[in-house]
Design a protein around this ligand. Structure first.
Ligand SMILES: *Cc1c(COP(=O)(O)O)cnc(C)c1O
Ligand SMILES: [Zn+2]
Length: 413
């Protein structure tokens, strides 16, 4: 048996049993998983975790499952790369990239949440899994759902990049392309979830799904040698990942795996869809929904479910929010690639470019230890870079042709 005590409303603290439910019947607040930290503290030690396999289930006591994990047995424990070249370019001393461009099996951090959601869906006895997605979630539900033997329904905005559609279709889910933006897709899916007995990973089993994001936070701390960073920069769509990275840090302190926690949490968004960073910058408690217009489609949620909680954490920890234009996003992707050899999708460009601004405007100190979360792989959104690359040298297959162009190449050495 696991260490879950039940579900609890984040607004009114009313408690609920472990069921596929997600809102409080009384106040409509979101439900969250509650654990027995006293018991976990007795059972879970650094050396126990360190002996386990390098996947996200090494923290299974802190995840909301009762039995053994069934999905994502190779997901997680991605590299924490010491990014000295990028640090030099940005003018900071110590910078790390948490590299979720390489999560097994679909190359984004969504494999973490889906691993937990599908394991829980099996425990609940569902035979069909579904999601409303901006792209990456559809990939992961399609792929991991195939491996776990579920029927799969994935709903995406019809305007998604062609390559992102194909990266779902290859696993042969039932893919529904909805003529509308993500927020409209999500609204439709909420209605469908009320009618059909499916596990909508980010709707009716969202409290369990969202817990999977904590593993990114747990790994950062373990990989820094059981220490929390001074700053962490997190890209926001619904805001869930940011809230869970912070929850992970707090839980590790709660069960005594770290002594102190003074991390400042920073939110990164695209200016074309920045309801969370807008609220942070304007000192507002209210997240004003927007109509997204940005290259960073994986972050294009105009009405973010966890936006309020994300901005609250940023404010309370002394962090800040930044947002960046489409042009800055492309620059961010290119900068990360040419300094660290890591190809991130548009969300990664958002994070790098936002981190650069936060450093420039002094919100992130130059002598502090900073981790930036790079959450998806650039091979998924190659269209975004069309027309922004260095030139290709086209030649005939002979030496003279090569030497002709070689004379013109500035190798920078
Ligand atoms: C989904 C996603 C995020 C953040 O999602 P939240 O809804 O804020 O948890 C970040 N990066 C990528 C690449 C994503 O697909
Ligand atoms: Zn409530």
């Amino acid at each position: 048996m696991g260490y879950v005590r039940g579900l609890k409303c984040r607004e009114c603290n009313r408690e609920y049993p472990v069921d596929p439910i997600y809102v409080c019947e009384f106040c409509f607040g979101p439900l969250e998983v509650v654990y027995d930290y006293k018991e976990i503290k007795k059972a879970l030690k650094r050396r126990i975790i360190e002996r386990r396999e390098e996947n996200l289930w090494r923290y299974k006591e802190m995840l909301p499952i009762d039995g053994e994990p069934l999905v994502g047995l190779k997901s997680g424990f991605t590299p924490l790369v010491k990014a000295d070249n990028l640090a030099a370019a940005l003018g900071v001393k110590e910078l790390y990239v948490k590299d979720d461009t390489v999560v097994h099996p679909t190359l984004s951090f969504k494999d973490r949440v889906v691993a937990v959601a599908l394991t829980k869906a099996k425990e609940f006895g569902f035979d069909t899994v579904a999601c409303a997605s901006t792209g990456n979630l559809a990939h992961s539900v399609s792929a991991q759902g195939a491996k776990a033997g579920f029927k799969r329904f994935v709903f995406v905005p019809a305007s998604l990049e062609q390559s992102k559609i194909i990266a779902s279709l290859v696993y042969e889910p039932n893919l529904v392309a909805v003529e509308g933006n993500y927020d409209e897709v999500n609204r439709l899916c909420s209605e469908i979830a009320n009618k059909y007995r499916w596990a909508f990973v980010n709707i009716n089993i969202r409290p369990f799904y969202a817990e999977g994001s904590k593993t990114l936070g747990f790994e950062i701390i373990e990989q820094l040698g059981w220490e929390a960073p001074d700053n962490v920069v997190v890209p926001c769509a619904s805001g869930s990942l940011l809230t869970k990275v912070w929850k992970a840090f707090k839980e590790f302190r709660e069960i005594g795996l770290i002594k102190s926690l003074e991390t400042k949490v920073f939110a990164a968004q695209a200016t074309g869809c920045s309801p969370i960073t807008y609220a942070i910058k304007h000192g507002s408690d209210i997240i004003k929904p927007v109509r997204p217009n940005t290259l960073a489609k994986s972050l294009a949620i105009g009405n973010p479910a966890d936006g309020y909680y994300a901005s609250d954490i940023v404010n309370k920890t002394g962090g800040y929010g930044e947002d960046v234009s489409d042009e800055e996003i492309i620059d961010g992707i290119r900068l990360l690639a040419r300094t660290e050899g890591i190809f991130a999708e548009t969300a990664g460009g958002v994070t790098v470019a936002s981190a650069r601004k936060l450093i420039q405007n002094g919100k992130i100190g130059r002598n502090e230890k900073t981790v930036i979360c790079i959450t998806g792989n650039g091979l998924k959104t190659q269209e975004a870079l069309a027309g922004h690359m260095v030139e290709v040298h086209n030649i005939k297959p002979n030496m003279a042709a090569f030497e002709e162009i070689y004379k013109k190449i500035d190798t920078g050495q």
